[in-house]
Write a protein that binds this ligand. Structure first.
Ligand code: GLU
Length: 505
C-alpha cells in the first residue's frame, strides 16, 4: 500500500480571537506536517454566519505568522484545493447534500423553531432521532408531492442526517486509541440549511477534508463527540477508505481547580489567553495578548508545545526545528494539561538569555524611544548584555536599566538614609579626582585604581561604593559599580557624582 502524503489542516471558525488552546492545535498540526514532509492547510470554517466576527480571520493569520507557524496552502496562502473559505464553497457542497438525500442517508425537515420547542416540552430529553423523527414534519413522514410542494412554495427547510440506531461506531484515535460509541445516542444532526444555503460545520468539514485530501485530523478534544458522526458520513459518502486518521488533543486546563482554561482565568490571574491583543469589535473590550505582553514568539511556541506533550526526556528548551524532529502524536497526553503561567515566564526568560544582545537591543529600542530616550544601538546592546539576565520580559528592561540612559534626578530616601554617610560628600569629592586622573576607564583598571586609593586613605570600601551607587543609579540597585562607570563613561560618571554631592551634602 502506498503511503498517503501527509496533509493536515487547521480549520478555525472566525468567531473571535484565537484562544491559546487553538494556537496549540495549529502548532501541533504544523509540527506534524513538517516532521512528515507534509502540507499544512489553513481552512476558514465560516458557515455559521450568526457567529461570524469581522477581523477574526486576519487576527488568526497574523497571530500564527508571528509565531512562525507557516501554512503551505489556504486562505491567504493560495493552493490547488481552494477556495479555502467555506462560505465561498456553497456550490461544491450542494452536490454532496443531494448525494446523501438520494442514498437515503439524509432527509428534509420542515419543523419550525416553534414546532421543535413544542416537542421539547412534550417529550422530556427530546432528541431528533430514530425514536422521534416519525412524529415530525419531514420528508419521511410527508409524501414526495407534499415535500416538493413545500419546497416549491418557498418553505425553509433543513437537511438532517438519518442515523441508524443501535450500531457501535468505532473511532480510531491516535491519542486515545479506539473509542466506541453507540449510534443510538447520536441525533439526526442538521447538515444543511436552506435559509442561508449553506451546510453546517459537520457536512462542510467532512466534504472539505475529503476534497482537500486531508490525511490526519488533529483537533481539540471538544470535537471528539462529533467524530462518530464524521465516521458515519465518510461511510455514507463511500469514502471510508480514505478517511483521515483522528487525533483529539486533550484540553488546556485552568491553572488551579478543574475545567477548561477560560478567558476569565486569564483576567483573574493576570495572564493573556490570546496570542495577540484582541479588540472585540462588538463590545469594544480589549484583551491582552502574549505579543503585546512582551513574549518572544519562540518562547510561546516552546511553552505551548510542552503543554500536553513531552519529548520523553527532561529537555525543555527546544527550538522549532527540534520540536519538529521530536514531536510525536502518540505521546500526547490523554488527560488535560494544566496551564502553568509561571512556566511561560520562565521560557521567556530563557529565550531572552539565548538571543544575542543585538536582537534584544533592537526590540528594546522602541521602548526606549517611547520613554523619550535616544541612544546609540551599540550602547543599548552593551546595557542589554549586562542586564538581560535580570528580566523575563523585554519591557522590564526599562525598569531595570533606565539609569543607564537617564541620570537620576531624585535619590531614593531609604537608600539615602542608610548609605549616604556624614563623610560621603567629602570622600566622593576626592574620588572624583581619582576618576578624573584615571585612564583608561575600563572596568578592571578603574576598580584597581579606586581600591588602591581607598586603601591608601584607610577609607571604608563598602561605604564609598554604596554612596557612589546612590549617585550613579539614584537607588541601591544595579550591577557592579565599575560595570556602570565603564558604560556611562568618565564624564557622565563624574557629573552624576558631582550632582549627588550637591544635592545630598
Ligand atoms: N471549525 C472547527 C473549529 O472551529 C474545526 C474543528 C475541526 O478541526 O474539525 O475548531
Amino acid at each position: 500500500m502506498t503511503q498517503r502524503k501527509v496533509r493536515v489542516r487547521f480549520a478555525p471558525s472566525p468567531t473571535g480571537a484565537l484562544h491559546i488552546g487553538g494556537v496549540r492545535t495549529a502548532l501541533y498540526n504544523y509540527l506534524f506536517a513538517k516532521q512528515n514532509g507534509g502540507d499544512l492547510i489553513l481552512r476558514i470554517e465560516d458557515t455559521d454566519s450568526h457567529r461570524f466576527v469581522p477581523g477574526a480571520e486576519d487576527y488568526i493569520i497574523e497571530a500564527l505568522t508571528w509565531l512562525g507557524i507557516h501554512f503551505d496552502e489556504g486562505v491567504g496562502f493560495g493552493g490547488n484545493y481552494g477556495p479555502y473559505r467555506q462560505s465561498e464553497r456553497r456550490e461544491i457542497y450542494k452536490k454532496y447534500v443531494d448525494q446523501l438525500l438520494d442514498s437515503d442517508h439524509a432527509y428534509i425537515a420542515f419543523d419550525t423553531p416553534e414546532e421543535l420547542d413544542a416537542k421539547r416540552k412534550e417529550i422530556p430529553n427530546f432528541q431528533y432521532d430514530a425514536s422521534t423523527r416519525m412524529q415530525m414534519r419531514n420528508s419521511l413522514t410527508l409524501s414526495t408531492e407534499e415535500t416538493q410542494a413545500l419546497i416549491a412554495s418557498g418553505h425553509q427547510y433543513v437537511v438532517r442526517v438519518k442515523i441508524e440506531p443501535n450500531e457501535d461506531i468505532h473511532v480510531n484515535d491516535l491519542i486515545r486509541g479506539e473509542v466506541v460509541i453507540n449510534s443510538s445516542i447520536l441525533d439526526d444532526k442538521v447538515l444543511y440549511k436552506s435559509a442561508d444555503q449553506l451546510p453546517t460545520y459537520h457536512l462542510a468539514n467532512i466534504v472539505d477534508d475529503h476534497l482537500m485530501e486531508v490525511s490526519h485530523v488533529i483537533r481539540g478534544e471538544e470535537w471528539l463527540p462529533s467524530a462518530p458522526l464524521h465516521v458515519l458520513l465518510y461511510r455514507y459518502f463511500g469514502w471510508a477508505d480514505t478517511m483521515p486518521q483522528f487525533a483529539h488533543l486533550s484540553l488546556l486546563l485552568k491553572p488551579e481547580g478543574n475545567g477548561k482554561l477560560s478567558k476569565r482565568d486569564g483576567d483573574r490571574l493576570g495572564f493573556p489567553v490570546f496570542p495577540l491583543e484582541w479588540h472585540d469589535p462588538k463590545s469594544g473590550e480589549v484583551s491582552s495578548g502574549y505579543r503585546e505582553s512582551g513574549y518572544l514568539p519562540e518562547a510561546v511556541v516552546n511553552f505551548l508545545a510542552l503543554l500536553g506533550w513531552n519529548p520523553g526526556n527532561d529537555k525543555e528548551v527546544m527550538s522549532m526545528d527540534e520540536l519538529i524532529q521530536a514531536f510525536d502524536l502518540r505521546h500526547c497526553s490523554k488527560s488535560g494539561a494544566k496551564f502553568d503561567y509561571e512556566k511561560a515566564k520562565w521560557f521567556n526568560h530563557q529565550y531572552i538569555q539565548m538571543k544575542d544582545n543585538k536582537e534584544i537591543a533592537a526590540l528594546f529600542m522602541p521602548i526606549l524611544e517611547a520613554h523619550g530616550v535616544k541612544a546609540e544601538p551599540a550602547y543599548v546592546e552593551k546595557v542589554v548584555g549586562m542586564m538581560k539576565d535580570r528580566v523575563s520580559f523585554i519591557k522590564d528592561l526599562w525598569q531595570t536599566t533606565s539609569f543607564f540612559f537617564v541620570a537620576p534626578t531624585e535619590y531614593d530616601e531609604k537608600t539615602r538614609k542608610k548609605r549616604w554617610k556624614e563623610d560621603s560628600a567629602a570622600q566622593l569629592t576626592e574620588f572624583i579626582e581619582v576618576l578624573r586622573e584615571h585612564e583608561p576607564f575600563d572596568i578592571e583598571s578603574t576598580e584597581n585604581a579606586a581600591k588602591a586609593w581607598i586603601e591608601s586613605k584607610g577609607y571604608h570600601l563598602g561605604n564609598i561604593m554604596n554612596a557612589t551607587r546612590l549617585a550613579l543609579v539614584g537607588e541601591g540597585k544595579g550591577p557592579h559599580i565599575f560595570d556602570i562607570t565603564e558604560a556611562l563613561g568618565k564624564e557622565e560618571s563624574i557629573r552624576r557624582i558631582q550632582r549627588a554631592i550637591e544635592v545630598l551634602k
